[in-house]
Ligand binder design. Structure first.
Ligand code: ATP
Length: 618
């Protein structure tokens, strides 16, 4: 299930998509503010700081009136100096409080971001394989990084800006009305005229911002795909460099155009604003003058100066408040996207009364198991088999028949869509997930090693393993000789995703890793990729003792592996088409015979020659 991405995907926004901007509901706001809750005390301090600094910031404008009327016109040196000093002190205090406010603000924002990132990481870790196979990796990373950083923006700038600007506006208006209601009313009329240009500029910016965000996602996606190790390999091998470059250049160009448009949309807006902001004071001087000269008002020169000063202090907040619409909507869509991730149900989780057995036998049973990834296409149908403790089942079948899918149901990488999978007679869905996965070890087809040393990768399975344990696991996995030949031994770096090692070496390291985990059930998904016969033999030598010593399931592509099993299940089109031992199946003339003739026998002597391998053969 893909989350609603509203306007993402690199296309230009249509009008319809424009209308799909997030609805700011009470629930959404409550949810956003719930993240502030743990920091209520600090937030109250921020509010107090904003209140005081906003008022202090306005005081010098009010004091200007006194400086003019009582100091300059009243010709009083002491008052002049007092008001000037007071004005400076108030400004200094406002700025100092501003520093405290920014510190607290950043502190709160960082902590909220920290909480959200951790929560998201934990949530994503709980998401099923389905989530990671269906969602674009770039999108997931963007959610974790840019979107959550956007949260910081809304707290450090958007939220405080709304509060401080509103306070400034209210205080300024109160003072203006106290001074003279007519001039205050004129101020009130002039200021809202801004809404007209601001609205339209805001709208344009909103649409451009959305487009550039989608574009930036697209760029991230391209970079992620083509500059990754495997992506680069694919590009090189198919000679698609030029094609990829052109694709990248095209989006890059689009991004530049959008950035220019975004910056210019703001520029025109500022031209209109600055023109308006010079009209206001002139109007006040004019009307103030008329009132003083023609109507004998008791308005003083100082009062008019205060009104003009306050009016000019109002443009900034009004401008910012109206402009904030864009930031606000942008932040709201970020929150909506983040929450849509949080709201994605965790598909596979512990049952409320999950069982953690104390004794483990290691029996696995599939009862009428059915499974699909998408409802339209059933992958597994009516699978029934039993794996007794200590036994080994080999699963064979054509590519895409559902073999990996089947084994993935045991550690609950996916849940069955019908039937049950049991572990020691308990439905795996009722077992504690940690317990279940601790007892199942999988060596998958695609070996994944983290970028680090061989030792780091081995310790991943057992962080407290001793040197002896590491060496013993490596020896069992038939990789110790190779490690010993490396200059740094176990501390050899494996490179990004283990790419400094050969396929066979990686696989043997991953066998050693599973051995360290010491699972009750071993699942070995044999790589279909061709390995040279020496590598293959080494892997074979590593798995054979494993199979003998524990309950195991092998997805096998090589006869030698198949022969080691107690039972062979032949899967075709998601059903068990045949089952039995090699000898029973090979002559039956069914799917197995075909597979044997086309695939398995290649690795073996000619059909009429006796097999060398006898161990495990029934
Ligand atoms: P191979 O031998 O090539 O590894 P397999 O028998 O293990 O193949 P599976 O990997 O189990 O086959 O895949 C069975 C079917 O399910 C395939 O048709 C595949 O396209 C489909 N499939 C596998 N994984 C997914 C997924 N995550 N989402 C949707 N379909 C999937």
């Amino acid at each position: 299930m893909a989350p609603p991405m509203g306007g993402r995907g690199g296309r230009f926004l249509t009008d319809e998509e424009m209308e799909n901007r997030p609805k700011v509901t009470k629930e959404l706001l409550i949810r956003i503010f719930s993240y502030l809750k743990p920091y209520t005390k600090q937030f109250c301090l921020v509010l107090a700081a904003i209140l005081i600094s906003s008022i202090f910031n306005l005081l010098p404008s009010v004091l200007t009136g006194k400086i003019i009327d009582e100091g300059l016109i009243g010709r009083s040196m002491s008052k002049l100096v007092t008001f000037i000093v007071l004005s400076l002190l108030v400004t200094l205090a406002a700025n100092l409080i501003g520093v405290l406010e920014s510190y607290l603000n950043t502190w709160i924002a960082q902590h909220i971001t920290f909480d959200m990132r951790n929560k998201m990481y934990l949530h994503l870790q709980k998401m099923s394989q389905r989530f990671f196979t269906t969602n674009n990796q770039g999108d997931i990373i963007t959610r974790m990084t840019s979107d959550i950083s956007g949260v910081q923006q809304i707290i450090t700038s958007t939220l405080t800006s709304i509060i401080s600007n509103s306070i400034t506006l209210v205080v300024a208006l109160v003072v203006m009305f106290q001074k003279n209601w007519i001039l205050a009313l004129i101020g009130l009329v002039v200021v809202p005229l801004f809404t007209i240009p601001t609205r339209s500029a805001g709208k344009t910016r909103w649409s451009i911002t959305n487009e550039s965000q989608a574009c930036s996602d697209e760029i991230n996606g391209i970079l992620n795909e083509t500059l990754s190790v495997s992506g680069q390999l694919l590009v090189k091998l198919f000679g698609r460099e030029q094609h990829e470059y052109e694709k990248y250049e095209k989006v890059n160009k689009k991004m530049i155009d959008l950035n220019i448009r975004e910056s210019m949309a703001g520029r025109w807006f500022r031209v209109v604003l600055s023109t308006f902001s010079s009209i206001g004071p002139m109007l006040l001087y004019l009307v103030g003058g008329i009132l003083m000269m023609k109507f004998d008002s008791d308005l003083t020169v100082g009062d008019v100066s205060v009104l003009v000063a306050l009016l000019s202090r109002m443009y900034g907040p009004v401008n910012q408040l109206l402009n904030i619409q864009v930031d606000w909507i942008r932040s709201m869509s970020m929150f909506t996207r983040i929450f849509s991730y949080f709201d994605m149900p965790v598909e596979i989780e512990n049952a409320p009364d999950a069982i953690t057995p104390t004794e483990v036998d290691g029996r696995v049973e599939f009862n009428n198991v059915g499974f699909y990834y998408d409802e339209e296409r059933q992958i597994l149908k009516d699978i029934n088999f039993e794996l007794e403790s200590g036994k080994c089942v080999a699963i064979v079948g054509p590519s895409g028949s559902g073999k990996s899918t089947l084994v993935n149901l045991i550690p609950r990488l996916y849940d069955v869509t019908s039937g049950t999978v049991t572990f020691d007679d308990v439905d795996v869905r009722n077992l504690d997930l940690g317990f279940l996965r601790q007892h199942i070890g999988i060596v998958s087809q695609e070996t994944y090693l983290f970028n680090g040393t061989i030792r780091d990768n081995l310790l991943y399975a057992k962080p407290d393993a001793t040197e002896e344990e590491l060496i013993s696991a490596c020896k069992q996995a038939n990789i110790y000789d190779m490690i010993q030949n490396q200059e740094d031994g176990l501390d050899t770096l494996v490179g990004n995703r283990g790419l400094k090692l050969s396929g066979g070496e990686k696989q043997r390291i991953s066998i050693a890793r599973v051995l360290l985990k010491d699972p009750t059930i071993m699942i070995f998904d044999e790589a279909t990729s061709a390995l040279d016969s020496i590598s293959e033999q080494k892997i074979q030598d590593a798995i054979e003792p494993l199979i003998e010593s524990r309950t195991s399931i092998l997805i096998a592509h090589r006869l030698s592996t198949i022969l080691a099993a107690d039972e062979i299940l032949v899967i075709q089109d998601g059903v068990i088409a045949e089952r039995g031992t090699h000898d029973e199946l090979v002559g039956a003339g069914g799917v197995y015979t075909q597979l044997y003739e086309t695939q398995f026998s290649k690795a073996m002597p000619a059909k009429d020659e006796p097999f060398e391998y006898t161990e495990g053969e029934d």
